[in-house]
Design a protein around this ligand. Structure first.
Ligand code: KG4
Ligand code: ZN
Length: 354
């Protein structure tokens, strides 16, 4: 199994990525082309533009990945590709590339669910620690959900956001506070800037009510972040704080960050309890993945919860939490081992529940 080498291809959103991963969890090579600058000026991802860039970049990204590994397609044992969910025009580029490469070279093809790949990523090189079943919390700009990972190809979605993703909430509130973006190596957006500012803030000065704590939604496993955003917007309109004052900015940032971390902690605690009581699932660990998992306040709240539950908190490195080719290749390894192959005529799946 250690010699198995899988080429993974990802193009579900705006990143064109590929990687080669071995069966023992080593990254042999990886390449990622972001399109952040392309979409930043439009304030969001433009699907047609994203697809154009995938079309242009995909052959170069795959070729570069092979070259960096010193490999040819004949040295690859299988091709894994993101099949969905995602933007149709973006997905179609990766799926066409993956199945054509596999078919032409006679390699096994593995169609991968993007969310399953995020959830399995934590197991790469840590299969002894991250054993099935475990609870996975995906918290990024695109995703906010908790799921039980029973096994490969076997998951139960427990909670997801009813409105904004948690990353979106960080981004929108940073905008409301007129916080300039920090540009970090790990991508980032406005979240890291808000976190940096919150360090000098007092979370108690503008204490915010936690989302979904009223009786009808207090027991729900879902998340909600738009209420915090609306509240802060209103506070600004009422002149309760000034975005021109650095201390006000910091105090509101700290209050929001505290509320977001606490909301995530409470809903994750409910998810763990639900899994145990209703599904008979004793999670072996808590995995937190996605850009927001690198936030220290969030991580602190989750690690406290994990410690109380007697399980470890595992967070993949930030680079592997964002969309990447490695997670697709690794999911390919896991599926291949269980004989989960696909035919050369698969199509992408835009909406694909776990
Ligand atoms: O996983 P990710 O890099 O990309 C996708 O969403 O696919 O997540 C990006 C999101 C952005 O909304 C960003 O503001 C947020 O994660 N984020 C953070 C931090 N780092 C990134 N939010 C809070 N604190 C951070 N340190
Ligand atoms: Zn993703």
């Amino acid at each position: 199994v250690g010699t198995l080498r899988v080429l993974g291809i990802e193009s579900s959103c705006d990143d064109t990525a590929a990687a080669i991963v071995s069966g023992d969890g080593q990254i042999i090579s990886e390449t990622c082309r972001h399109q952040h600058q392309v979409h930043e000026t439009y304030g969001g991802i433009v699907p047609g533009l994203a697809a154009d860039h995938h079309l242009r970049n995909m052959p170069l990204v795959v070729r570069e990945t092979l070259e960096k590994a010193g490999m040819r397609m004949s040295d690859v044992d299988a091709v894994a590709v993101t099949r969905g969910p995602g933007l149709p025009a973006s997905l179609s580029v990766g799926v066409a590339a993956g199945k054509t490469l596999a078919a032409v070279h006679g390699k096994p093809l593995v169609g991968v669910h993007h969310m399953e790949a995020h959830a399995l990523m934590a197991r790469m090189g840590a299969e002894d620690e991250v054993r099935f079943p475990y609870l996975c919390l995906l918290i990024s700009g695109g995703h906010t959900q908790s799921l039980v990972v029973h096994d490969v190809n076997e998951h139960t979605l427990l909670g997801s956001t009813r409105d904004d993703s948690v990353g979106e909430a960080f981004d929108k509130i940073a905008r409301e506070l007129d916080i300039a973006w920090l540009h970090t190596q790990d991508g980032g957006g406005a979240g890291p800037a808000l976190e940096a500012l919150a360090r000098s803030g007092d979370p108690a000065r503008f204490a915010l009510p936690l989302p979904m704590e009223k009786s009808d939604s207090a027991r729900s496993l879902d998340f909600s972040f738009s209420g915090l955003k609306t509240r802060i917007k209103r506070m600004r309109e009422l002149g309760e704080f000034s975005a021109a004052s650095r201390q006000d900015q910091a105090d509101v940032a700290a209050a929001f960050q505290h509320a977001a971390a606490e909301h995530l902690r409470r809903k994750t605690r409910l998810a763990l309890a639900h899994a145990a009581a209703e599904m008979g699932v004793a999670a072996t660990c808590l995995v937190a993945s996605g850009g927001v998992a690198s936030n220290q306040a969030v991580r602190g709240a989750l690690s406290e919860l994990a410690a109380r539950s007697g399980i470890p908190l595992v967070c993949p490195p930030p680079r592997l939490c964002t969309d990447n080719g490695v997670m697709i290749a690794w999911a390919g390894v896991e599926r291949l081992r269980r004989g989960l192959l696909d035919s050369y005529d698969i199509d992408f799946i835009q909406r694909w529940p776990l």
